[in-house]
Ligand binder design. Structure first.
Ligand SMILES: NC(=O)c1ccc[n+]([C@@H]2O[C@H](COP(=O)([O-])OP(=O)(O)OC[C@H]3O[C@@H](n4cnc5c(N)ncnc54)[C@H](OP(=O)(O)O)[C@@H]3O)[C@@H](O)[C@H]2O)c1
Length: 334
């Protein structure tokens, strides 16, 4: 005999499961992040009037973050090495917002030149009197096989992505602990969670940052109003592939390829602002299939390693034959 109520419950459960699966496949962030985007605090309410220092503001994600922050009325500190590019970003920020010239401070900064980080912090404090948010965004990726890469390249990656970031954080955190308030935001990567061939040094630097900030957070237990936020994007449209480290420090990557399959820069910046407004400790900002791999890496690492070995082989073969590794990797895996 058919139990109609059981049948109805079964159909409802299957429909819900199908709906959730579809939503999950279309997701471009982890569940906490997307929940916060819909129901949580709005960046437009949380960030106006806040002093936000963005490193790596001269291109890519940092540039777009600066535009979105300017539009919602945050006061900005723009840092990177190329001052002329920072002037261009500042000009556009002023055009698209109601900020005044004095609301945006340019502080040229080389993250690898750690001797300058204290004076840069003092310059910001002299101008604005406080720093509410530091966005550690400046950094470079890598495209080379370990066995072909000089060890100097590994040193340079760690100097920039890891030591440069924690050095600036130290000076800014000194101010934030005195104020008992602030947010330290770091643009990590899904490569701070998983591994990827051709990026051994980059992955190591992002894993180092992940370990560092996840350990710093509990050290700040006496400062409940200081938050440590790690953003982990998957592939995002930017200048990152043009600027990657290769086998040797002076060698430039010429194989840039198509970026159209990557997440749009404005979407990555928006989800970053949502994470900042809601103090999300770790946010995965990525489309599928990379988002699915993050879940796999977190909850079923043995399967993740098996998958990575298979996909990684294709990626390396493409790289060796001169095809852009990312695009063909994506096409094969999607
Ligand atoms: N795009 C992605 O797919 C992706 C994915 C995950 C994570 N990320 C992370 O996002 C962050 C931003 O990268 P992006 O994708 O926007 O790449 P990008 O367009 O190449 O921007 C990198 C920024 O870092 C700055 N920078 C490089 N070397 C520096 C140094 N020595 N000192 C100070 N600033 C330096 C660059 O400015 P100057 O050259 O003017 O110094 C530039 O503003 C990086 O940390 C990256 O690891 C990117």
């Amino acid at each position: 005999m058919v139990c109609y109520s059981c049948l109805a419950v079964g159909i409802a459960v299957l429909t819900l499961a199908a709906f959730l699966l579809k939503r999950w496949l279309q997701a471009d962030g982890d569940l906490t992040l997307l929940w916060a985007e819909r129901w949580g605090k709005k960046p437009e309410k949380e960030l106006p009037g806040k002093v936000v220092w963005v490193t790596g503001a001269s291109s890519g994600i940092g540039e777009e973050l600066s535009y979105q922050l300017a539009k919602i009325g945050s006061l900005l500190v723009l840092s990177a090495r190329r001052e002329n590019e920072l002037e261009r970003v500042k000009k556009k920020c002023l055009e698209i917002s109601s900020l005044n010239d004095k609301d945006i401070l340019i502080v040229p900064l080389d993250l690898t030149n750690r001797d300058t980080h204290q004076s840069a912090t003092n310059t910001v404090l002299k101008h604005f009197g406080k720093i509410d948010v530091l966005v550690n965004n400046g950094g470079r990726s890598q495209r080379s096989l370990f066995m072909d890469t000089q060890i100097d390249v590994y040193r340079a990656i760690m100097e920039l992505n890891y030591l440069g970031t924690i050095s600036l954080t130290k000076y800014v955190l000194d101010h934030m602990t005195q104020r008992k308030k602030g947010k330290i935001v770091t643009m990590n990567s899904v490569m701070g969670i998983m591994g990827a061939p051709l990026a051994t040094g980059y992955c190591a630097s992002k894993h180092a940052l992940q370990g560092f900030f996840n350990s710093l957070r509990p050290e700040l237990y006496e400062y409940p109003d200081i938050s440590v936020i790690n953003i982990c994007p998957g592939p995002v449209q930017s200048q990152i592939i043009q600027n990657v480290f290769t086998e040797e420090i002076p060698k430039v990557n010429k194989n840039v390829g198509d970026q159209s399959h990557k997440m749009r820069t404005d979407r990555c910046a928006r989800l970053t602002l949502v994470s900042i407004a809601n103090d999300i400790m770790e946010a995965w900002v990525s489309d599928n299939p990379y988002l699915a791999v993050c879940y796999l890496w977190q909850y079923a690492p043995t399967w993740a390693w098996w998958l990575l070995n298979r996909l990684g082989k294709t990626r390396i073969q493409n790289f060796k034959s001169g095809v852009d590794a990312d695009v063909s990797y994506y096409k094969k895996s999607s």
